[in-house]
Design a binder for this molecule. Structure first.
Ligand code: BGP
Length: 472
């Protein structure tokens, strides 16, 4: 089957500052949250690799941009590392050396025909602000973030036309404060909800500022909603899916698209003592400043069923009171990552957005396949033969394009990731890139088979799908 890809559909790739840069040139006191996690609990990071060297992008950026050009990439998203951008977070003194690096990367990308898309925080909240103010628990941190955003818009807004306030704003507090599976292992559901709220409010404030200053691009946020499927048609299982959706998807969709939280979420937060006590003024800011567009990171489906056991009130409140994860027998798996493969999420998410919200522009800002031991797939010329990745992307794209035919407002697909890079904890275990990174001193780069395939996809805008892969 041959499918045409619309002419203006973006086919890009993504990464983030902390997952690529490395610490070369980083000054004392410029640690981020993720850097301090790595320093405090290095033993949980796969084989000890982490943000310390990452892909050493700080020194290798010109090589990567040359590779972007070689594969005709038109869009690349990364972040500014907030913790490296300042030498003084209170007085907002910019680290000119780092700021110059961002300048150079943006200029070289544009020169290479690659449009830069920038995110202001991809888990890089400064450690200083965590230690002093408890990070996103604090309204003062929110004010500092808005000033940071303003400086970034002033410096780079003439060249960057697509801005994102956060990457996956729910993740840090879910892993740290809701599930407490990550350093610093503090369980605090009320704090979880407060961080969610402050990031939604910070987004609205940044949107407001961006528009007031008459910037001529657009600003949104990158969310990671999970397409949630109930185990069965029973009302109980259906309700479990609805509750999961409320706590983990609508928690950001509603304020960011509609400008308000649902009453249902507010009531349930009050009931469980995790309400975030917004002021009328703050709610007005959220109401008046919905995002211009959204990025959606989408990797796997979430399956739930009604909980089988009564909730234990002696345990801290968790949304799991209302659902239980469901393991579908026979599901397809990416065993390296432990994530289910279900490409239909692309179509289903497209219809979810179309049917539940206004026609907001959005694009897939992350999707991809992390694979262990890719060196085993090298041919005799040393090129990784990652046909599994080509299949994975093709099938996801197929369902995404199907959504567009049925009226979704999706504008594009950006692969995670451009090069192999460091993952939280898994470090270099699972490789995601179109570009292979060797773990030698130079972090040598080489194009994988998928890079050549991606180039032909970009050039020819034709997707060839094996009917059997989709329908068998
Ligand atoms: C997303 C993050 C990315 C990236 C990706 C792959 O949630 O935005 O930063 O890491 O997931 O997942 P992982 O690195 O956990 O394998």
């Amino acid at each position: 089957m041959e499918i045409s890809i619309p002419k203006d559909f973006v086919i890009g790739a993504a990464s983030s500052a902390w997952q690529t840069e490395g610490w070369k040139g980083k000054r004392e006191g410029q640690d981020s949250f993720i850097d301090s996690w790595y320093k405090n609990e290095r033993f949980v990071w796969h084989e000890g690799y982490g943000p310390g060297v990452a892909t050493n992008f700080i020194e290798n950026y010109d090589k990567d941009i040359a590779l972007m050009k070689e594969i005709h990439l038109t869009h690349y998203r990364t972040s500014i590392n907030w913790s490296r951008f300042f030498t003084d977070y209170e007085n907002l003194i910019v680290d000119e050396e780092y700021a110059k690096h961002i300048d150079t990367v943006i200029d070289q990308q544009i020169e290479a025909g690659v449009e830069p898309m920038i995110c202001l925080e991809h888990y890089e909240v400064p450690k200083y602000l965590m230690d002093k103010y408890d990070g996103w628990s604090s309204k003062h941190v929110l004010e500092l973030y808005v000033q940071y955003a303003q400086i970034a818009f002033e410096r780079y807004g003439n060249r960057v036309k697509n801005w994102f306030t956060f990457n996956e704003p729910i993740v840090v507090q879910t892993r740290c404060y809701l599930d407490a599976v990550r350093w610093p292992h503090e369980q605090n559901t009320k704090k979880w909800m407060l961080w969610n709220y402050h990031k939604a409010l910070a987004t609205a404030r940044a949107v407001d500022l961006y528009h007031k200053k008459q910037n001529d691009g657009r600003i949104g946020c990158i969310l990671n909603p999970e397409m949630v499927y109930p185990r069965s048609s029973s009302p109980e299982d259906q309700n479990a899916a609805k509750m999961y959706d409320l706590f983990f998807n609508r928690i950001f969709f509603d304020p960011m698209i509609n400008g308000e939280y649902s009453e249902e979420l507010i009531d349930i937060c009050k009931e469980h003592g995790i309400y975030f006590d917004p002021t009328a003024e703050e709610l007005a800011v959220i109401k008046n400043n919905p995002v211009d567009f959204l990025g959606i990171n989408q990797y796997y489906p979430k399956r739930v069923r009604a909980p089988r056991y009564k909730w234990n009130d002696q345990t801290p409140f968790h949304p799991e009171k209302y659902y239980e994860s469901f393991d579908l027998p026979g599901k397809r798996m990416n065993n390296s990552r432990g994530w289910e493969i279900y490409p239909e999420i692309m179509y289903d998410m497209s219809m979810y957005l179309k049917n539940n919200y206004r026609a907001i522009p959005w694009l897939i800002t992350e999707n991809g396949m992390g694979r262990e031991q890719e060196e085993l797939y090298k041919n005799k010329e040393g090129i990784v033969q990652d046909d599994y990745r080509i299949d994975f992307i093709s099938q996801h794209l197929y369902h995404l394009l199907r959504g567009i035919e049925d009226g979704s407002t999706c504008e594009g697909y950006m692969l995670w990731a451009f090069t192999d890079c460091v993952s939280p904890m898994n470090a270099f275990k699972n490789r995601y890139g179109l570009v292979r990174i060797e773990l030698d001193k130079q972090r040598t780069r080489s194009l994988k088979k998928s890079a050549f395939w991606y180039r032909s996809l970009i050039d020819e805008r034709k997707l060839f799908i094996d009917d059997i892969a989709v329908f068998k």
